[in-house]
Every structure is written in structure tokens, then in C-alpha cells.
Design a protein around this ligand. Structure first.
Ligand SMILES: Cc1cc2nc3c(=O)[nH]c(=O)nc-3n(C[C@H](O)[C@H](O)[C@H](O)COP(=O)(O)O)c2cc1C
Length: 388
């Protein structure tokens, strides 16, 4: 079973990810992993932190001469900003006097619920781990997962379809590689120049007024076989697992597949993807993909299409009303260095967590201890489906 854990605080010395269950023999390109980390750092609307960091993984275990060994893989990522926080984030009790307590919870952040739940008097102990800095580790894990899927022709891409009220008009059904070219060029990962201009103007406006912006990202996955995930048990349904992974992202508020919530507003005849058969290609086909690529918790073999809505960030430079947890008197939320809009980065992060869930389902179905064994299992299954 493929699984991972991350550890590390936002301003601590390092982030760590341990990934277990990776078979031996997969080629791993660390430069590609670092490329994904760099994609996460980009995007118009990010704050000053991203100018400090230059994220890179340091592989500590599980990879030798560019190949997985079958043992747990560990990545460590340095927080360069720790140099500015050494005393305030120290593990040494002597340094506690250096700490300025965070006592004014930000509405919308984890501050208040976390402080009450963990019985803490300094909300920094909450916000350091609640912070989306943690997603750096998840992007490293997802980048590894993408490379596990590469030999099987499975590719994923995350991009932005809306920021604030500005919706992108996406080109209809273009291949992922072309969409990737367009969105990588965009400062906000949007494949629509007019929407990009409007988004940048709105981000500028929010920066001026001390406000923040959310949006919607989409992740597409191409090259999937039919039958990843399963209908037989609730926790094996792939759409459910994807929704869990995506909703676990900081600031994520909703997930929808294919036609999404609009599916509840149309008739069955307008929604369901009619079935055909391609006799030459020995495969079943669909006349549409409104399901977003899953039925019964399994991939249909059509591209996966899932969207995630992210709320506007909760650190406002013009802070909202709050209460000081020490005095219980009226106050305004704490101001931390913060992004105005992190939706372009969220698209890269969503892509990473989707890739991990797909790789998990893939290895569950075709799993083995080596690339050769997984490939044999996969080819055997494809042949079975062709002969069906
Ligand atoms: C890429 C990314 C960057 C974020 N940056 C910030 C930020 O700079 N300031 C902030 O207040 N929240 C930021 N967040 C959101 C908070 O981490 C999140 O709202 C908080 O942990 C509370 O969790 P919840 O929104 O999921 O309830 C970011 C989220 C993402 C996905």
C-alpha cells in the first residue's frame, strides 16, 4: 500500500515527507520533483515568503542511482526562512522568552479552534502546522507519484478556472500538453488571456484594500485505464478518496467531478455519458464525459476531471473583528506575512494530491514489488479488457 506522512512547521528548520510502498525499479528524476516545487512557488498574488524560499528536495532514503529501491523514500526540504525564526521556533525552553505570543485569532484560520482544542496560549503552535507551507511536502510526494505513473502513460495537470468573479473560458477539449503550455505561461495558471488580465487587476485591487481572493482550480488526468478504485466498499471508492485528499488542502471548501453540482439541476438524459463501442480499437467509448471520469467509484477510462473551490485567505491586511484570547476583549485578527491570492499555487498542489491518489489506486490494482511486476500485471489487465 502506498502511503505517506509529512512533518514540519512553516517556520521550522525543515519539512519532511516519508513515502512507503513504492515498488523497486522506478526511475526518479529529482530535477522533475524540484520543478514541481518551483511551480508551486509561482503565481501572481503570492506574498514575500516565496521570495525567500527556493524549494528543493534532499533525498535521504529509498532512492539509489536514480531508481527506487523498494524501501521507504524520505525527502527533506529546507525552510530558508528558518534563519529569521531560529529563536522564535527553537525547541529549547530557554528561548521561550523570545516568543511574542499570538493571541488574536484570525477568523477563517485554524487559530482559535486549534488553541482551544490543544489548550495552547500561543496560537503560533497552531498556525505553524496549519499553514499551507506543509503542502510543499505534499507536492514533493505528488511529484514522485507522477513519476510512478509516467511509465504507464498517465498524466495529470492542475490549472485555474476562476479567481474571484473572473471565470476563464477554456479551450474545448485540447490535449493536456497544449493546455499545460498555455497555463504554464500564465502568471495565474489561466488559459484565457482576457480572464488573466481581469484576475491580475482584481488581485492588485485586493492588495491595495488589504483584502484576499479565492477561486476554483481544475485537475485533469489523461491516460487512465478503466477500473481504478472500486464500488465494493465505501472507502475504496476513488471519487471519495480524491475528494478527501482535495478537501484536506488548506482553504479548500468544495469538490466537484465532471458536471459537478450542476448534475443536480438537469435531467438524466442530459447528464449520463452514453456508451459506444470502437470495434477497431477493441474498446468501449463514451459520447460525453459529464461524469468527470468516474462511475461507481471507479475510473471509466475517460479523462478524470475534478474541480476544487478555495476560499479567500483568512489573513487580511485590513483585519477582521476578533477577540484577544488572554483578555477576552475586542481586537482584530493577527497579521502574519501573507498571500493575497494563492489559487495558482493551489492548482499545482491539487494536481499533486490527485496524482498521489491515482498512483495509490494504480498500485493497489496492479501492485508488485518491482516495476517489472507492476508492468506485467498492468499489461495482463489491459489485454483482459481488450478481449472482454
Ligand atoms: C497555497 C496556499 C497558500 C496559503 N497561504 C495562506 C496565507 O498566506 N495566509 C493565510 O491566511 N492563509 C493561507 N492559506 C490558507 C490557510 O492555510 C488555511 O485557510 C488555514 O490553514 C485554515 O484551514 P481551512 O481554511 O482549510 O479551514 C493558504 C492555502 C493554500 C492552499
Amino acid at each position: 500500500m502506498l502511503r505517506f506522512l509529512t512533518a514540519g512547521e512553516s517556520h521550522g528548520p525543515e519539512l519532511v515527507a516519508i513515502i512507503e510502498g513504492v515498488p523497486a525499479g522506478f526511475e526518479i528524476d529529482l530535477a522533475q520533483i524540484n520543478h514541481q516545487l518551483a511551480r508551486r512557488q509561482k503565481g501572481y498574488g503570492r506574498g514575500g515568503r516565496m521570495l525567500i524560499e527556493r524549494d528543493e528536495v534532499r533525498p535521504v532514503s529509498g532512492i539509489r542511482f536514480g531508481r527506487t529501491m523498494g524501501s521507504p523514500i524520505t525527502f527533506v526540504i529546507q525552510n530558508r526562512d528558518f534563519a529569521n525564526w531560529e529563536k522564535r521556533m527553537s525547541a529549547d525552553p530557554k528561548d521561550r522568552t523570545e516568543a511574542k505570543l499570538v493571541t488574536r485569532p484570525r477568523p477563517g484560520h485554524a487559530d482559535l479552534a486549534g488553541a482551544l482544542k490543544y489548550n495552547l496560549d500561543d496560537m503560533r503552535d497552531v498556525l505553524e502546522r496549519a499553514s499551507a507551507r506543509e503542502t510543499t511536502a505534499r507536492v514533493a510526494v505528488g511529484a514522485l507519484a507522477k513519476q510512478l505513473l509516467t511509465p504507464f502513460g498517465i498524466e495529470s495537470l492542475g490549472y485555474v478556472i476562476q479567481i474571484g468573479a473572473n471565470r476563464a473560458e477554456l479551450p474545448v477539449s485540447i490535449p493536456l500538453a497544449e493546455l499545460s503550455e498555455l497555463t504554464e505561461k500564465s502568471q495565474v495558471r489561466v488559459a484565457d488571456a482576457a480572464a488573466e488580465r481581469a484576475i491580475i487587476a482584481e488581485i492588485d485591487e485586493c492588495k491595495q484594500s488589504g483584502d484576499t481572493l479565492g477561486g476554483i482550480v481544475e485537475v485533469s488526468v489523461a491516460g487512465l485505464p478503466v477500473g481504478l478504485g472500486s464500488h465494493v466498499q465505501w472507502d475504496r471508492k476513488l471519487d471519495g478518496r480524491l475528494a478527501h485528499a482535495l478537501l484536506s488542502l488548506q482553504a479548500a471548501k468544495g469538490v466537484e467531478f465532471g458536471m459537478g453540482f450542476a448534475a443536480g439541476t438537469v435531467r438524466g438524459s442530459q447528464l449520463h455519458d452514453e456508451i459506444g463501442y470502437d470495434a477497431a480499437g477493441l474498446r468501449f467509448t463514451r459520447h460525453s464525459n459529464n461524469s468527470g471520469g468516474t462511475e461507481g467509484g471507479m475510473t471509466t477510462g475517460e479523462p478524470l476531471r475534478v474541480r476544487v473551490a478555495f476560499k479567500p485567505l483568512s489573513t487580511l491586511m485590513r483585519p477582521l473583528r476578533s477577540v484577544d484570547i488572554r483578555t477576552k476583549s475586542e481586537a482584530v485578527g493577527t497579521i502574519e506575512r501573507s498571500d493575497v491570492c494563492a489559487v495558482p499555487a493551489a492548482a499545482v498542489i491539487a494536481e499533486a494530491v490527485v496524482a498521489f491518489e491515482i498512483a495509490t489506486a494504480f498500485l493497489e490494482k496492479f501492485g508488485g514489488d518491482s516495476l517489472a511486476e507492476v508492468s506485467r500485471n498492468y499489461q495482463g489487465y489491459l489485454e483482459q479488457v481488450r478481449r472482454y
